[in-house]
Ligand binder design. Structure first.
Ligand code: UN1
Length: 509
């Protein structure tokens, strides 16, 4: 065992005990957690069986039957208490995210903040959940819509945002009156346990929440399959690859269940001649290099006006060559490791493919720090000058690879932005209001997120988050995304002493 591993294991024990968990929780068998920082095992949790998944769904279903009767503002109180737990444990949970997912500490803390923010948002929503009233065409009648909880909501979450993506879904599902069954990524079982523990604390303080509102099931494909196919799971919210979503979406649709999909992104930025380049360089670096290119919102394609491309590449080369790459727990590091060796292989293969398509590797693109971390996969983010929007640019590789392509007209840049199968996030850097508004218009970006003078990643929780086309069409987090976790009933009430029929139909007995 290397000293680094010993230290990480010790840190994990300290963090989990700070959160209030016993070491026994991560001394199970079946699912080994490895830190991408060193690549070595830091804990092992018990993995569940398909039978246990079925039992969890039944338990959650029972919990739902009680929870749906609790007034929504009172349900909000439970999430308020959960938010308090998160505030108190932000530092420890943020570090845990860093150790298990490999993102830098600032981003680990940011993820926990995102959880706190969505809890606050959900508490406010719990006093809203508005339905419309409609003008009835019949005298003495009233029409309205009411929103009711769905039942059991299944949550499938990815390694790269092991806590925030869960919280977006979970906080809303709970205030809407549902119970949840959570299947986290196999790569981040410890953070999942910690979240469950903090929620259990909130439940204990709340006192009368039914048992089973949040069931955590850890494991692989076999337990996920049960969750996806079970007729009692009213909604499956899945975040991950397009390949995973294609299968989940089709299977849930087959049983007429609902699905909420947040899948791959292939996000672009357009830099126009009027852009404020100081802002643009910061935004490019944060969104292309941050989280080591492992966000669904990561910047992958950069379209720069032909007149500026050479200068932009020179500046980016300089930035890329001085990036602090290293241990994400250390202050000052901006780029941590990739999640594992498979991810590194994909990175390498994609860089080679892009080169074979005529791409010029301007900076990075290689493994670094392998002496220090033989089992950790650190890479220098790749900056590729591409001759065109070649084949590689149509695919999302979950690693820090930035392709730079030149354009002549804004229409041409927008066409490139839109020509990929994914449709998550996009942005334009410009100080020309016409260009900005055109990019946001119906003729502009076709993505679920379109920004001006802000990179494609790092969205706030208040907006609806998600994208079009192969990104899956789902919207999570803010705005009216809560509606995904509820069913709508249209109610017509006749308070007259007649029974007039709609559309003026005569049907006299
Ligand atoms: C993801 O990568 O799955 O907008 C979610 C962002 C974050 C969420 C990313 N707030 O980059």
């Amino acid at each position: 065992m290397s000293p680094a591993n010993t230290n990480l294991k010790e840190t994990i024990t300290t963090l989990l005990s700070q959160i209030g968990m016993s070491a026994r929780a991560f001394q199970g068998t079946g699912l080994i957690s490895c830190s991408p920082i060193t690549g070595e095992a830091i804990g092992e949790v018990s993995s569940h069986t398909p039978t246990e998944m079925r039992a969890a769904i039944e338990k959650a279903d029972l919990a739902f039957k009680g929870w749906r009767c609790v007034p929504a503002p009172k349900r909000g109180e439970l999430i308020r208490l959960f938010g308090e737990e998160l505030r108190q444990n932000k530092e420890a949970l943020g570090q845990l995210v860093t150790i298990e997912a490999g993102k830098i500490l600032q981003e680990g803390l940011g993820e926990v903040q995102e959880m706190i923010d969505i809890c606050d948002f959900a508490v406010g929503l719990s006093r809203q959940l508005y339905g419309l009233t409609m003008a009835s065409e019949r005298p003495g009648h009233r029409m309205m819509e009411t929103w009711h909880p769905l039942g059991v909501v299944g949550l499938i979450t990815p390694f790269n945002f092991p806590v925030a993506v869960w919280a977006w879904n979970f906080a809303l599902a709970i205030i809407c009156g549902n119970a949840t069954v959570w299947k986290p990524s196999e790569k981040t079982p410890l953070t999942a346990l910690a979240c469950q523990h903090l929620f259990d604390n909130a439940v204990a303080k709340f006192k009368d929440a039914p048992d089973g509102l949040s069931c955590l099931i850890q494991g692989g494909r076999d337990v996920t399959d049960v969750l996806v196919d079970h007729p009692r799971v009213a909604l499956v919210s899945a975040t991950g690859s397009t390949e995973m979503g294609r299968s989940v979406g089709q299977r849930v649709a087959k049983r007429f269940g609902k699905s909420l999909l947040e899948l791959g992104g292939n996000n672009a930025m357009i830099v126009t001649p009027s852009a404020d380049l100081t802002l643009a360089y910061r935004a490019i670096t944060f969104s292309a290099v941050g989280t080591s290119g492992q966000r669904c919102t990561t910047l992958r394609r950069l379209f720069v006006h032909r007149s500026m491309k050479a200068d932009v590449l020179t500046k980016l080369k300089q930035i890329y060559e001085s990036l602090p790459i290293g241990n994400p727990l250390e202050e000052g590091t901006l780029c941590g490791p990739l999640i594992d060796g498979h991810s590194y292989t994909a990175f390498q293969n994609t860089v080679h493919k892009a080169q074979s398509e005529g791409g010029n590797l301007v900076a990075g693109g290689v493994r670094v720090l392998s002496d220090q971390y033989p089992n950790g996969y650190y890479v220098s983010p790749a900056l590729l000058d591409m001759p065109d929007h070649t084949d590689s640019l149509f695919t999302e590789t979950f690693a820090p690879i930035l392709y730079v392509v030149s354009y002549d007209t804004l229409d041409e840049a927008i066409a490139m932005n839109n020509q990929v199968p994914q449709g998550l996030s996009s942005c334009v850097f410009t100080t020309d209001i016409r260009e900005a508004e055109y990019f946001l218009s119906a003729q502009g970006s076709d993505c679920g997120i379109a920004n001006v003078n802000i990179g494609p990643s790092g969205a706030e929780i208040g907006g609806a988050f998600g994208g079009e086309k192969e990104t899956g069409g789902g919207r999570e987090s803010g705005s009216d995304s809560w509606r995904n976790y509820m069913r709508r009933a249209t109610n017509t009430v006749n308070y007259s002493s007649e029974l007039p029929l709609a559309q003026g139909i005569k049907f006299d007995l």
